[in-house]
Structure formats: structure tokens, C-alpha cells
Ligand binder design. Structure first.
Ligand SMILES: [Fe+2]
Length: 192
């Protein structure tokens, strides 16, 4: 069956208040990812790196389309998350806090068809090591836009309140020797 984004969002919204919401969403994404090409074709394309599709007290859904050679700063969500990679490549560096500063533990590379569940205490930094924009759905089990959380400066280790301005300002090239375009996030600017 062809992936229907509106229906997916609606179904996730309905499941949002249920105890097994994360299980439902993860199983649904696993099913949809059996054909990542078809899933990608059914997703809209935006210039923005991150497009908020839905947010309420129970669930938040973002369409994430990262530009190549870009990495975002370490941050937390303070809620569990499921990431489904539909197209391209998304990297994730994981961190643990040592004396308040994020220390990298492992880095994983996700490709089309991959799905990962992140517990609520995860600190990660996503990026795109590929040559094309990545396409992913990120589903958070809570109201991500309003929750208090942190972003860390990769250079200094300084913790800052998570704001859209801090997050996009601290983005960097994955490879400083390759072409790099700072993220242009018009939706965020429009909503601030
Ligand atoms: Fe994240």
C-alpha cells in the first residue's frame, strides 16, 4: 500500500494517548520502511531542514531533511524518540555527560530502511555524511516544541537552553574541507 503521510500523522495522533504508543508507532514505521523508496516518494519536499508535521501533549512528528555535510550540535529530547530513515544517510553521534560536559561514546550511520528507538535520556548529534539530502521521520513521545531541554556547544562543552536559534547557530560541517552551506530554516524564523 502507498504510504499516506496524512493518515500516518492522524493515526499517530490517535495512538498518542495510549500506553503502547511507542510500540504502535515503531511497528507502523517498521512496516512502512519495508519499501523506503515508495515511502520517500510519498513525502513532501521542503527547503527547510526540519518541518513540524504535528505536535500535541502526547506526540510530536518532524520531517527531517538534512543537507549533506552538515552536523548539528549534541542535544537531548527528554522524551523517547523513534527515528525512521527513508532516504539517504543520517549519522548520529551519541554522548554521555561527564562533569556536565558531553563525551562522545559511539557514532552510528543509518541508511534508508533503518529505524532506531532512543530512550528519553539520550544525548545525540545528528548529521548527514552523504551527498544528497536525507529524508527521515522523527517521532517524539511528548510535546517536543515546548519541553525544556539542552543543547551543547561541541567546541566548548557549554550547555545552553535548547532554542531553535542556538541549535541552528551551532551547526557545523561534518568535513571542513568539503562544501558547506549553513542551514536555512525559514519555518523556525517564522514561528519565533
Ligand atoms: Fe535529536
Amino acid at each position: 500500500m502507498v504510504f499516506d503521510l496524512n493518515r500516518f500523522v492522524r493515526d499517530c495522533e490517535q495512538a498518542g494517548g495510549e500506553l503502547n504508543c511507542a510500540d504502535y508507532v515503531s511497528a507502523r514505521l517498521r512496516y512502512e520502511l519495508s519499501n523506503p523508496v515508495s515511502m520517500t516518494a510519498a513525502l513532501p519536499q521542503y527547503d527547510d531542514e526540519e518541518v513540524l508535521l504535528h505536535a500535541d501533549d502526547n506526540i510530536t512528528i518532524f520531517l527531517i531533511q538534512l543537507s549533506p555535510n552538515l552536523k548539528y550540535p549534541p542535544h537531548n529530547h527528554n522524551m523517547a524518540t523513534t527515528i525512521a530513515l527513508c532516504s539517504g544517510t543520517e549519522s548520529a553521534a551519541y554522548f554521555r555527560l561527564r562533569q556536565g560536559q558531553p563525551q562522545a561514546t559511539v557514532t552510528r550511520i543509518y541508511t534508508a530502511g533503518d529505524m532506531v528507538f532512543l530512550p528519553a535520556d539520550v544525548i545525540h548529534a545528528v548529521g548527514n555524511p552523504g551527498t544528497e539530502r536525507s529524508v527521515a521521520l522523527h517521532v517524539y513521545y511528548g510535546n517536543l516544541p515546548v519541553v525544556h531541554r539542552s543543547v551543547w556547544n561541541s567546541e566548548t562543552g557549554e550547555a545552553l537552553p535548547f532554542t531553535d536559534e542556538n541549535y541552528f547557530r551551532l551547526a557545523q560541517p561534518l568535513d571542513p574541507n568539503q562544501a558547506y552551506t549553513p542551514p536555512d530554516q525559514t519555518q523556525w524564523a517564522a514561528t519565533q
